[in-house]
Ligand binder design. Structure first.
Ligand SMILES: [Zn+2]
Length: 116
């Protein structure tokens, strides 16, 4: 293993981080989360009655947002990103910041930014 002189995988301060505990944002409003809290009877995606409404489903799977997701993946030059990739999990801070910006754009364009 090589020594990382940039200070390790800690990303730079970013203006928006999903579910960051100190971001001041509301907690995620995805149904799977609300169901655990007893705030909804249905933990499933609003458009996919057999899939749980989770960050993974919203960002990676839900066919409702396919066109916006295609644009996101083309912007990032990623073919099969993971949830961690899309939430800024890259060890490269510059890349993590770039991906987070595109993920936010995806959520804005799909009208889901308020839910995550
Ligand atoms: Zn769905």
């Amino acid at each position: 293993m090589t020594h990382d002189t940039t200070g390790g995988p800690t990303p730079p301060a970013v203006p928006w981080t999903p579910q960051s505990p100190d971001s001041g944002l509301a907690p995620p409003l995805l149904n799977a989360h609300l169901h655990k809290l007893g705030m909804t009877d249905d933990p499933h995606c609003p458009w996919c009655p057999t899939y749980l409404d989770t960050p993974e489903h919203l960002l990676l799977q839900c066919p409702r947002h396919h066109s916006h997701r295609t644009a996101l993946l083309q912007s990032l030059l990623l073919r099969r990103p993971t949830l961690a990739d899309l939430l800024g999990g890259s060890p490269d801070p510059g890349l993590a910041f770039k991906i987070l910006k595109h993920t936010r754009t995806f959520l804005q364009k799909s009208g889901q930014l308020h839910r995550i």
